[in-house]
Structures are given as structure tokens and as C-alpha cells.
Write a protein that binds this ligand. Structure first.
Ligand code: FAD
Length: 520
């Protein structure tokens, strides 16, 4: 049953009755003082994954963090409301993590964009940093900080994601081996907890909330501002791709590269499965490739691997960089003569995925289902994991990249909420790989049965790889039940659950993660 409602100046009780009534379809804006709850939008019901569609009851477009606080204070003090609330950044989750079925989605992008750069001169002590609102996109932060020659140190591959969204997960890319994930590059946060309290927190002030929220999957509070340290932005980037036909040589060279952070600024890598993956991001990496691999040899598929590494170039350093690249390439064991190099602007380098986005959009292949699987795999299990993964993949049908690159455990703060493999948490191993199976589905070719089959396979791979013989953990995880979440967090579960009880006791926040059912 649909009801049209138009209230102006309703008091808290009436709002609560509306929200907790069975008739949750709100057709017209509800005025709640300064708080506007708007009709549900299609956007708030879906995300980049296009696998889950959960319409909320309504959408909040906050104008200030106080609006968020007002809503959460109200809901957390109303013992008979069942409403859940999800912050939505750019909605680039895969499995509905920012959705709230019948609840309220807070569109973080509607908070006024605030990006304030604080540049410290050489004579001043302390770091340069930027204060950015939780709904700001990383591309917006980059463009603003570059105006004064600065930039954050740690990135994701794609920049149209929000500060609050990536800090709720981890935020990793080719700089992570050197600077740690984005969650290890935060000085201070403003957070509205599940109880509606507005708290400024840092490693020394309300530190329990600070670390809870970092990698906390939106469970403990909503990030409305983050203070992020800055470094000098390089003018250009020297970017290399080297090809391999053997997995062990590929990973050995990746590990060599991450052992020389004083020379190298970025290390990633990907599996070259077919022509499409060979030419992936060819717009961003405009080198002419002489590499013409045989993808079928003696009737069997043959896969290759590509390492990407990059070195920042500052104005005076060009010649120096040339020497470094030569020196490093002599140490690597790539396939003879298959090292390619380009020099691009720093902005183009960091923004490389959006160039691919444009092409995929023009082919109608961006807004399609994305059954992604991301795993952190300890070094000791990476070969087994890759063998296992490749058994489920038909190289000629696969669309999208498979990323594989190493990260270092000592760049992660174990106080943060993010779950890492046990061997990494306990310090038994120092290197873990991230493997990102970033599959795009062409709906004209792969229909519902085929998509379900892929999802089933990914679930099985993730489950099997979590067992001790590989000991992997999902990144950007998706789990069907609380028991699975318990296993996911492993020794960190007790602390995770205690933090939830403390900061969001009624389990109002981030229902789309499916971890804690709403307390009624
Ligand atoms: P949303 O999808 O909107 O939200 C994600 C979760 O965070 C939800 O639970 C939501 O409730 C919560 N949340 C959102 N905003 C806030 C806030 N302000 N405070 C508290 N909780 C909040 N990840 C990497 O680490 N490295 C990559 O290189 C990378 N590349 C990507 C490329 C693409 C094309 C895509 C689609 C994703 C990529 N990701 C990558 C994953 C991405 O970091 C996560 O999906 C991230 O959550 C997306 O940010 P968002 O703003 O879209 O968050």
C-alpha cells in the first residue's frame, strides 16, 4: 500500500511513527526541522556491483554533520523504532554494503564539499595535511591539493570513491607497500557514532573510536571529516610494465621491487589472460607493445603476467630516474626485451582507471554486474591460491582484470578494524598478496544462471582459501551469516563486537554489511 505524506514541522514522535509504520513508502519530502528526508531514489537502492537491490524507506541529504547526529540521536533513543541507517558514499560497493532495506540511506555527497589544505612551510614543524569532508571524492581531494603542489601518499586505483567509503574498508593500491593503506594515513577524524554523538578522534584522542572506524565497514560511526597527511606531488611519473611467462619469477621480481622503497613508488601486477587483458588501460599506458604472446600452446591455455612499477619524477630528477630504471631493470628477470616505459603526468597516472571507465561506458560495459572477489593471501599460500583460482577461470571468456600484488604487514596498524590473514596479524609472515578478481559481466552473454554460477564459484574459492592451508581473508568482504563474519574477524571478533556494543548498541548502522541484526 502506498501512502503520500507531506508533513511540515513534524515532531520527533511523528517522524518515528512514520519510520516504524508498515507504510514506509514516502512519496513527498518530510520536513523534520532542518532535516529533509526525501523519497527513496533508485540510486540508493543499488551500487556498482549491480547484484543487490534493496530500496530504502527514505533518503537523507544532510546539509551538516549535525543533521546526521540529530537523526542518529533520535533513532538510538527510541526503543521502539526498527529503522537502520546506512551512509552512502559513491555507492561503489559490490554486494549492497551501503544499502538499507526499508531504512534510511544518508547520501554523504550532499554534505557541502569542504577540502581545506594546510601547507606547512619548511620552517614550520609538522606535516602538511588536508581536511576533507567524508563525502568528498579522492579525485576532488587530489585536484585541490595539487593546486599547492601537494598530494596524499596512499591511493586506490580508482579515484571516484569517497573518503568515508575507502576509510571504512582499507584503501589499497600500488603505493601501499611503501606508505601503508589509506587507513594508515589518517591523522584525525570527525565521526558521528551510532548513538548520535559527534566525536573528534585521533591516535591520541578517543583512539578506540578512531581505530574502530578505520576499516570498520561503517559499523561504528559515520565519518564526516578526515585529516590526511600530504607529501610533495611529483610533476610526472615514470611508469613501467614488464611481462613474464612464469608466476614464480613474476612474484619474485615484485618482492624485489617492494624491498627498495627508497627507489620505487608504486608496484602492482596483473594476470595477462587474453588479448583484452594485454591491452587493458592502453589509453593510460600509451606504449607500443611488441609483445605478441601465444595464448594457446599445444591446445592448452597459457597465461602471462605483467608487473607495473612506477617512479616519481620531479623537475630536476629526470636523468636520475633514467639511471634508476636502468639499474632496476638489470635486476629483474622479465621476458627478454619486454619492458615498456612511459612518462605521464601525476594526475593522469593516478586517474588512469577513469580513462578505462570512459571506454567501458561507451561500450555499455560499465553499468553491468560486477561479481568481484578480493582476497588478502599470505605469501606462503599465494601459489596454491592462484592454481586454485585459475582452475575456475576460462581465459577466453573472462572480462576484466585480475590484479596480483604484494603488501607488507608492518605498514598496517593492527588496532584498526580491518581483518587480515592470521599469519599477518600474528607477525608470522611479513608479505601478503592482494588478489583482485575484478570481473565484468556482459549481460548479453552471461545471463542469470551464468552469473549465479560465478557467484557460487567465488564463494567456494573464498571459503576454501580461508582454511589454514592457504589462510586468506576476503577484502571488501561479503559473508552470508554472522558465523562467517565471526570467522572472518577471527581473533579480532571479540573486540569488533565490543566496539559495536559501545558505539552503536542498537545496531542501527550499515545493515547492508549483514553483520549485526538490528536490535529491536
Ligand atoms: P560506498 O559503497 O558508498 O560505502 C561502502 C561502505 O562504507 C558502506 O558500508 C557504507 O555504509 C560505508 N560508508 C560510506 N561512507 C561512509 C562514511 N562517510 N562513514 C562511515 N561509513 C561510510 N578499493 C581499494 O582499496 N583499492 C582500489 O584500488 C579500489 N578500486 C576500486 C575500483 C572500482 C571501479 C570500484 C567500484 C571499487 C574499488 N575499490 C577499491 C573498492 C572501494 O574502495 C570500496 O568499494 C569503497 O567502499 C567505495 O567507496 P564508496 O564511497 O563508493 O563507498
Amino acid at each position: 500500500m502506498e501512502i503520500s505524506l507531506l508533513y511540515s514541522g513534524v515532531n520527533a514522535l511523528i517522524l518515528l511513527l512514520i519510520l516504524s509504520s508498515p507504510y514506509k513508502i514516502i512519496q513527498k519530502p518530510i520536513d523534520f526541522g532542518s532535516l529533509n528526508l526525501l523519497p527513496t531514489t533508485d540510486m540508493a537502492s543499488t551500487d556498482f556491483g549491480r547484484l543487490q537491490f534493496n530500496p530504502p524507506g527514505s533518503v537523507l541529504k544532510p546539509q551538516t554533520p549535525e543533521d546526521i547526529s540529530l537523526l542518529l540521536s533520535f533513532l538510538s533513543s527510541s526503543s521502539f523504532s526498527q529503522v537502520s541507517v546506512s551512509a552512502r558514499g559513491a555507492g561503489h560497493s559490490i554486494y549492497g554494503q551501503a544499502q538499507a532495506l526499508d531504512g534510511i540511506v544518508i547520501e554523504m555527497g550532499s554534505l557541502p564539499l569542504e577540502i581545506e589544505v594546510h601547507k606547512n612551510g619548511e620552517m614550520e614543524s609538522g606535516l602538511s595535511y588536508v581536511d576533507a569532508s567524508g563525502g568528498a571524492l579522492w579525485i576532488e581531494v587530489l585536484k585541490e591539493t595539487m593546486k599547492v603542489g601537494l598530494a596524499p601518499r596512499s591511493w586506490t586505483d580508482y579515484l571516484y570513491l569517497t573518503i568515508g567509503g575507502t576509510l571504512s574498508n582499507g584503501g589499497i593500491s600500488g603505493q601501499t607497500f611503501k606508505h601503508g593503506p589509506q587507513i594508515a594515513n589518517v591523522l584525525e577524524l570527525d565521526v558521528v557514532t551510532g548513538k548520535g554523538e559527534m566525536v573528534t578522534c585521533s591516535p591520541t584522542k578517543s583512539s578506540e573510536l578512531f581505530y574502530a572506524v578505520l576499516g570498520g565497514l561503517g559499523q561504528f560511526g559515520i565519518i564526516t571529516r578526515a585529516r590526511i597527511p600530504l607529501q610533495q606531488a611529483p610533476k610526472k611519473v615514470r611508469w613501467q610494465r614488464a611481462f613474464y611467462d612464469d608466476f614464480e619469477t613474476f612474484t619474485k621480481d615484485q618482492e624485489l621491487l617492494i624491498s627498495i622503497p627508497e627507489l620505487v613508488d608504486y608496484v602492482e601486477g596483473f594476470v595477462v589472460l587474453n588479448e583484452q587483458s594485454l591491452h587493458s588501460s592502453a589509453v593510460a599506458f600509451p606504449a607500443h607493445l611488441e609483445f605478441k604472446p601465444e595464448f594457446v600452446r599445444n591446445g592448452r591455455f597459457k597465461v602471462y603476467y605483467c608487473i607495473e612499477f612506477a617512479i616519481h619524477v620531479n623537475q630536476v630528477e629526470s636523468i636520475h630516474v633514467e639511471k634508476i630504471v636502468k639499474g632496476i631493470s638489470r635486476m629483474l628477470s622479465y621476458m627478454q626485451s619486454h619492458l615498456y616505459s612511459v612518462e605521464v603526468s601525476y594526475l593522469d597516472f593516478l586517474n588512469r582507471v577513469s580513462m578505462e571507465e570512459e571506454i567501458l561506458r561507451s561500450k555499455g560495459l560499465w553499468e553491468v554486474p560486477h561479481p568481484w572477489l578480493n582476497m588478502f593471501v599470505p605469501r606462503s599460500g599465494i601459489k596454491k591460491f592462484m592454481n586454485f583460482l585459475m582452475e575456475s577461470i576460462s581465459p577466453n571468456e573472462f572480462e576484466g582484470p585480475i590484479l596480483v600484488y604484494p603488501l607488507l604487514s608492518d605498514k598496517w596498524n593492527t588496532n584498526a578494524s580491518v581483518a587480515l590473514p592470521r599469519a599477518i596479524e600474528t607477525g608470522k609472515e611479513r608479505i601478503m598478496y592482494v588478489v583482485g578478481v575484478l570481473r565484468s559481466i556482459n549481460p548479453a552473454i552471461c545471463k542469470m544462471d551464468c552469473l549465479n554460477q560465478i557467484l557460487h564459484e567465488h564463494h567456494q574459492i573464498a571459503q576454501a582459501a580461508s582454511r589454514p592451508h592457504i589462510g586468506a581473508r576476503q577484502y571488501l568482504a561479503h559473508h552470508p551469516s554472522r558465523i562467517d563474519w565471526h570467522e572472518h574477524f577471527d581473533s579480532k571478533w571479540t573486540r569488533f563486537a565490543e566496539r559495536k556494543a559501545h558505539f552503536d548498541p542498537l545496531h542501527i548502522l550499515a545493515p547492508g554489511q549483514g553483520i549485526f541484526p538490528r536490535v529491536i
